[in-house]
Design a protein around this ligand. Structure first.
Ligand SMILES: Nc1ncnc2c1ncn2[C@@H]1O[C@H](COP(=O)(O)OP(=O)(O)OP(=O)(O)O)[C@@H](O)[C@H]1O
Ligand SMILES: [Mg+2]
Length: 212
């Protein structure tokens, strides 16, 4: 077994199941949490991630296929996605190819939001670019089913902030293409985009009020 990543709350390792390469994501016990609370959190996040991976896929958002899961041990066995994280890809992509990938990202977020879901951690570390060009979304443990415009705006704002922090070079072309893709796939996109501006306005106001 090859450990691929050790995240904030999960260990991920590659394995082989019925001759197929799979990714096992296991939410590990956290010693600093009370045992009962720890177990409940791991169970809830595992169930949530499985449900969202499946529902997002049904809504037309590429996600790894879930092959098995066990919420009592906090384990998910899913399809191993070959490719490169969008985070690394955007570091060296030309402006034109960054735009293309970002258009796909925007379309997928649009489909996700149109189907009444948010991802909860929309950063380029949670997207894998397949050699064929599709962008697979992973890591739905903080996502939820929601109809609120505010939740969707927060999702989009996080994506914008993460691009600004990690990919400033292509921020302009990326954001333009993300919003184009988003508008194309989601009829209430306009409301959400207005709400992102409102959130930014509130933040600027709070910063000024705090004397920053
Ligand atoms: N199905 C998959 N196929 C290929 N690589 C994957 C897959 N799932 C996860 N990875 C790789 O493992 C890394 C961590 O996975 P993931 O984002 O799901 O967990 P995490 O970030 O540790 O979770 P948390 O947000 O709880 O800390 C990803 O950035 C990606 O590189
Ligand atoms: Mg992650």
């Amino acid at each position: 077994m090859e450990i691929i990543a050790r995240g904030a709350e999960a260990v991920l390792y590659a394995d082989v199941l019925d001759g197929r390469k799979v990714m096992v994501k296991e939410r590990v016990r956290k010693g600093y949490r009370l045992a009962q609370i720890d177990e409940r959190l791991r169970r809830e996040r595992t169930n949530r991630e499985v449900k969202l991976l499946t529902d997002a896929r049904a809504a037309g958002v590429p996600t790894p296929q879930v092959l098995d899961s066990d919420s009592t041990t906090g384990m998910i066995v899913m399809e191993f996605v070959d490719g490169e994280r969008v985070k690394e890809y955007l570091d060296r992509a030309s402006s034109a190819s960054a735009g293309k990938v970002c258009k796909r990202i925007g379309e997928s977020v649009g489909r996700l939001h149109a189907a009444g879901m948010v991802h909860g951690d929309l950063t380029t570390s949670n997207m894998i670019l397949r050699p064929g060009g599709s962008v697979v979304f992973i890591d739905f443990g903080l996502g939820s089913h929601t109809a609120r415009v505010e939740d969707k705006a927060v999702d989009m704002k996080l994506l914008h902030d993460s691009l600004k922090a990690a990919h400033f070079r292509v921020l302009g072309v990326c954001w333009k293409n993300i919003t184009e893709g988003y508008v194309k796939e989601y009829k209430n996109a306009g409301e959400v985009i207005k709400q992102i501006d409102a959130i930014e306005g509130r933040m600027r106001y709070a910063e000024r009020a705090a004397g920053a």
